[in-house]
Design a protein around this ligand. Structure first.
Ligand SMILES: Cc1cc2nc3c(=O)[nH]c(=O)nc-3n(C[C@H](O)[C@H](O)[C@H](O)COP(=O)(O)OP(=O)(O)OC[C@H]3O[C@@H](n4cnc5c(N)ncnc54)[C@H](O)[C@@H]3O)c2cc1C
Ligand SMILES: NC(=O)C1=CN([C@@H]2O[C@H](COP(=O)(O)OP(=O)(O)OC[C@H]3O[C@@H](n4cnc5c(N)ncnc54)[C@H](OP(=O)(O)O)[C@@H]3O)[C@@H](O)[C@H]2O)C=CC1
Ligand SMILES: C=C(O[C@H]1[C@H](O)[C@@H](CO)O[C@H](OP(=O)(O)OP(=O)(O)OC[C@H]2O[C@@H](n3ccc(=O)[nH]c3=O)[C@H](O)[C@@H]2O)[C@@H]1NC(C)=O)C(=O)O
Length: 301
């Protein structure tokens, strides 16, 4: 690892931060350190960094805005890559939106609406990056990334840039092939439709209003903790099992939305994991339904 770190620094691939806490990079504000966090500022630096890591056989993973991740208290061994400002861009070509992977998915939604383009209204309240949204096939209000994405530029494990088509990404409910196959999204292209600016703004306002009423947006969280089981809602089962307000340390099942766990202070990842296990067990005992996490639990346990 030491040799790779020296090589990364010598190659000027951006910031190379050793033993860097990841808590500040997650919306839960929880998580131990990455052995090394690298922040390439440009796409060239990113490509070079991945090639160096590949040549040393060092594992790497990506972090976007950390809005769907539970990083363990011991943190992540190996290298974590956070994309820098060089991939924080958007451009519109007619009804096509092309966004860099570190661009905010919410900003993309707002910018598309301002162009009079419809199709991204659902993204107005999803507080991650474009890269994270593609990885997760993020969605809301009956739509998701798979409905509008026409291609994604992927940096492969060996450091090659490739254009992937939607079928290559094998999208499913909150799932893409990137869960099984390492690859970094560097850019995504979305096909939208020309619509009415006022109607788009009205839809976004109503989604936002609904979220403000139903989700604990003012508290540190990571969105829905569990996937919705087929035919029902995780939140409904958790509420009916009487678990709202259940706490472990500073981690709490939100009293506002039962499928959100909020960090009310200094919750540790272990507190959230214990709470998740208690919720899972109680729902299984009461309804016989096996809840499956939607949030990604990463790092050394
Ligand atoms: C208040 C709140 C509301 C939310 N509402 C919704 C919602 O309605 N719908 C929904 O789907 N989600 C929702 N989420 C969850 C979350 O915002 C989404 O899953 C989002 O898409 C994650 O993006 P991110 O950039 O934060 O990814 P991260 O959490 O940083 O990462 C998620 C995964 O993507 C990978 N990844 C990140 N960037 C890249 C990249 N460039 N290339 C390859 N892999 C990458 C990471 O390695 C990780 O495995 C919500 C979260 C919060 C806090
Ligand atoms: N609970 C948590 O852990 C977290 C919650 N969030 C929530 O996610 C939302 C976005 O946060 P963030 O990315 O930091 O951006 P901001 O809250 O800074 O918002 C950025 C822009 O997006 C607009 N906006 C925010 N939410 C919505 C929405 N639901 N629909 C349409 N437009 C919206 C804002 O408009 P305006 O100023 O008019 O609202 C602003 O122009 C906020 O509601 C925030 O509370 C974000 C991160 C973590
Ligand atoms: C927040 C996320 O996505 C969200 C997305 O924002 C919303 C809106 O489209 O729909 C899903 O939530 P959700 O299924 O919990 O949606 P909601 O409309 O809030 O609730 C569904 C049902 O559960 C009930 N409900 C909700 C909250 C609660 O505390 N108790 C309860 O009984 C509601 O009454 C409703 O009948 C996504 N979650 C999943 C796991 O699919 C995320 O993925 O992180």
């Amino acid at each position: 690892m030491q040799q790779a770190i020296s090589e990364l620094k010598a190659a000027n691939i951006g910031d190379v931060l050793v033993n860097k806490s990841l808590a500040e990079f997650t919306t839960w504000k929880i998580g131990g350190p990455a052995d090394v966090l690298i922040v390439p500022h440009t796409k060239d630096q990113l490509v070079q960094a991945v090639r160096i890591l590949h040549s040393h056989g060092i594992p790497w993973s990506a972090i976007g805005r950390g809005s769907n991740m539970l990083v363990s208290d011991k943190g992540i061994r190996g290298v974590v890559i956070k994309l820098g400002e060089g991939l924080d861009y958007v451009r519109f070509e007619g009804n096509i939106a092309v966004a860099g992977a570190s661009y905010s998915f919410i900003k993309l939604s707002i910018m598309a609406g301002k162009q009079g383009l419809t199709g991204l209204e659902f993204a107005g309240g999803i507080p991650g990056t474009v890269g994270g949204a593609v990885y997760m096939n993020a969605g809301a209000h009956g739509s998701d990334v798979s409905r509008i994405l026409t291609s994604a530029e992927i940096l492969t494990e060996t450091g090659e840039l490739r254009q992937w088509q939607p079928e290559d990404l094998k999208f499913d409910y909150r799932h893409s092939v990137l869960h099984e196959q390492r690859g970094l999204v560097t850019e995504a292209t979305f096909e939208l439709s020309f619509g009415d600016r006022k109607e788009i703004a009205a839809a976004m306002a109503s989604y936002k209003d609904r979220r403000l009423k139903t989700q604990p947006l003012q508290l540190a969280c990571a969105g829905s903790v569990f996937r919705n089981p087929p035919g029902t809602f995780a939140a409904k089962l958790i509420e009916e099992a009487g678990l709202k307000g259940l706490r472990v340390g500073d981690a709490e099942v939100s009293v506002q939305h039962a499928n959100f766990i909020v960090n009310t202070g200094k919750a540790k990842a272990s507190d959230v994991l214990t709470l998740m296990a208690q919720v899972k067990d109680a729902v299984k005992a009461r309804f016989g339904v096996e809840l499956v996490p939607e949030v990604l639990v990463v790092g050394e346990r």
